[in-house]
Design a protein around this ligand. Structure first.
Ligand SMILES: [Zn+2]
Ligand SMILES: [Zn+2]
Ligand SMILES: [Zn+2]
Length: 341
């Protein structure tokens, strides 16, 4: 695999002939087994002060990584084209010792621990000046391309800023230059006033369906106060449990309506990376605002077609928000979870 830059959109694209990865082991390698040490994690958080022997979250290198940690990106031109090696990091975050305890089934405390683990890994990987962006994401359900059965999320550290982020960062910077305000803060104020697209609000966080969604039931979760950096905020904030509770309830509502989703965290790029020390990022901390984006995969029964050039969303965010508000914010009892693995 290598990275190639599309000269028209300036997006980096992973290109290569994919070989099938290592065969799935018969036994889950991430379930705790008494007496067995297993491979050492890159990072772990204890389950709680009361029991230091039991771990709460663990982070491992991905068994079949998209990016590899060794060496330098070796950006090079091929005629007019740009390419580079797939240098980076690809990790999996085991969210719970329990094989089948997804975030919406777990407690707020457990979700908080996962959120803190994400933040700690981002902060740590940002110390590497090669990495310009750390992307935390979660693919849930077979249709979302979920590969590992044990409840988990993933993280990649890359030598470039992913495409969607570049678009957002540019738009936020341009909006700030025009209005001297953060566009997300303006979105929040308007959505709070209009209320039609709100799913739930807590004193400091908001879950809402965006005005122009890409897919049915797309929702965002963001702080109602301004902060550009997820890790900078979460690692120093007393409000993580509140955000964790809202994330848990919002996902519980969503999985009543869809079987699969992508969750992605958007935070600021690594401002100390070699290639990000650039005059164009001077207002970054004022113009950007961290958030989660959740993109469900539409169940087959909903008529859906999308043309590559234009997103087509067959469900309005106003109706989606109403349905999500009506959906119970608690997990279904386990025996009723027919389609969860
Ligand atoms: Zn397991
Ligand atoms: Zn803001
Ligand atoms: Zn975003």
């Amino acid at each position: 695999m290598e990275l190639r830059k599309d000269p028209l959109t300036r997006s980096w694209i992973l290109v290569g002939d994919l070989e099938s990865g290592p065969a799935q082991p018969a036994e889950c390698p991430y379930c705790p087994r008494p007496g067995e040490a297993g491979p050492p994690p890159i990072f772990s958080m204890p389950a709680g002060d009361w029991n230091h022997d039991q771990w709460g979250t663990r982070v491992f290198a991905h068994p079949d990584p998209l990016y590899r940690i060794e060496g330098d990106a070796q950006r090079a031109g091929v005629g007019m084209y740009d390419r580079m090696r797939t240098v980076g990091a690809h990790e999996i975050i085991i969210e719970n010792p329990d094989h089948n305890r997804p975030l919406w089934v777990a407690s707020d405390e457990e979700v908080e621990r996962v959120m803190l683990t994400w933040a700690r890994r981002i902060e740590d990987l940002k110390r590497d000046p090669r990495f310009r962006y750390i992307c935390v994401f979660k693919n849930y359900g077979a249709e979302a391309g979920e590969e590992i059965a044990h409840t988990h999320s993933e993280l990649t550290a890359t030598t470039f800023i992913p495409r969607r982020l570049v678009y957002e960062l540019r738009a936020c910077r341009d909006y700030y230059q025009m209005k001297e305000r953060c566009v997300f803060c303006d979105v929040l104020r308007q959505e709070e006033k209009q209320e039609t697209r709100l799913i739930e609000q807590t004193p400091n966080f908001l879950a809402l369906c965006p005005f122009a969604p890409r897919v049915p039931y797309e929702f965002w979760l963001l702080p109602r106060y301004h902060h550009a950096s997820y890790e900078g905020d979460v690692l120093r904030s007393p409000l993580v449990r509140e955000a964790a509770g809202l994330l848990r309830r919002s996902l519980a509502r969503l999985v009543r309506l869809t079987d699969a989703f992508h969750l992605v965290l958007h935070t600021i790029p690594n401002t100390t990376a070699r290639l990000t020390q650039d005059a164009k990022w001077v207002t970054l901390h004022d113009d950007y605002h961290w958030h989660f984006e959740v993109l469900p995969l539409v169940p087959k029964r909903v008529k859906s077609y999308s043309i590559k050039e234009v997103y087509f969303c067959p469900l309005s965010p106003e109706r989606a928000a109403a349905l999500l508000r009506e959906a119970p914010s608690t997990a279904q009892p386990r025996d009723a979870q027919s389609d969860i693995r």
